[in-house]
Design a protein around this ligand. Sequence first.
Ligand code: ADP
Ligand code: MN
Ligand code: MN
Ligand code: MN
Ligand code: MN
Length: 360
Amino acid sequence: MNKKVLDRYLRLPLPCNKVLATYIWIDGSGINLRSKDRVLNRIPCGPDTAPGWAFDGSSTGQASTDKSDTTLRPAAVYRDPFRLYPHVLVLCEVYEGGGTKPAPTNNRKFCNDLCEMHRSDEPWFGLEQEYTMLDVDGWGLGWPKGGGFPAVKYQYSYCGVGAKYIAGRDICEAHEKACLYAGLDFEGTNAEVMFACWEWQIGTSVGIKAADDLWTSRYIMSRVAEDYGVDITYHPKPMGAFHPGVGMHHNFSTIKTRSKGGYKLIEEYIKKLETNHMKHMKQYGNDEATNRMRLSGKFETAPFDKFTAGVANRKASIRVQRKTKEDDMGFFEDRRPAGDCDPYLVCGLLLETCLGNKSA
Ligand code: ADP
Ligand code: MN
Ligand code: MN
Ligand code: MN
Ligand code: MN
């Protein structure tokens, strides 16, 4: 597919009342996204003005064939970085059947209810999404063909520069610009410890916007990588036991942790997280077993079964930055979530555990 040829058609002006809307949702796998298009006759300014829709849930692992009509409810609207203004991306929640019950992979409702409940605590999140680029043959991008390993040692790839140390920078760059165009709280990027592994950060965002933006940034990444014929994986241990893993650190604070005396409150939150450690570990990745492979105690991780916390400690489950301790206020970092976790679930669990769930 020649993108230059496509450009001729993308440049065609449309009648002024035609807006293309790409509806996006999480499918039954809990990690893959789906999308389909709809022509609207006005620009939806937000989720309330974007019409609801439906799809065939039997083709996405979300319904049986005889009860296939599945509901899409708009949650957030972004500018479309592929077709540009006035076209939009519409991130949706999935509800079973006619729309009464959230689908099993719809954790947004859980998270949003908690964000609403704790609105006055002003929860902020910063999410660090790591990912690995794979060639079409499924082997790491730029890794030697036939199952070979990169020539360079890991410590040279982290924030690395030069073709010997990194691969796939174009995708990282294109994605960054596209996410900013879309209106995401996109914060930054860096090359990661493993060759062809990268990270982007979303934040610091208030409440549900962090997880909404993270999912939309995953969608944009899939589309950008599609242009380059590259496959993106969030698998927590894509290259096996002898290579670094892939996570999504969740940084969290509230108005109280960000105020004087906040360090003591963070210590209280950490105690609560410790008590709930194994409950969280079951939900901190798309698949518990693969996150267990990642959290081996090696490559800057804490062991899966053992909760630890520490200041400036990258081998702990929870790391508090040195500055937070010195200032007596700030935030903490939960290093346990896998690269393929659902940030709706993790952010929701952090709120539920640290701040409580009044309705529970
Ligand atoms: P590192 O790789 O050293 O952990 P990063 O710069 O990749 O650091 O990520 C730091 C994250 O911390 C960012 O996502 C940022 O949004 C987040 N963050 C910074 N301040 C706060 C805060 N007060 N509350 C929540 N998250 C925060
Ligand atoms: Mn059809
Ligand atoms: Mn980081
Ligand atoms: Mn990282
Ligand atoms: Mn981190």
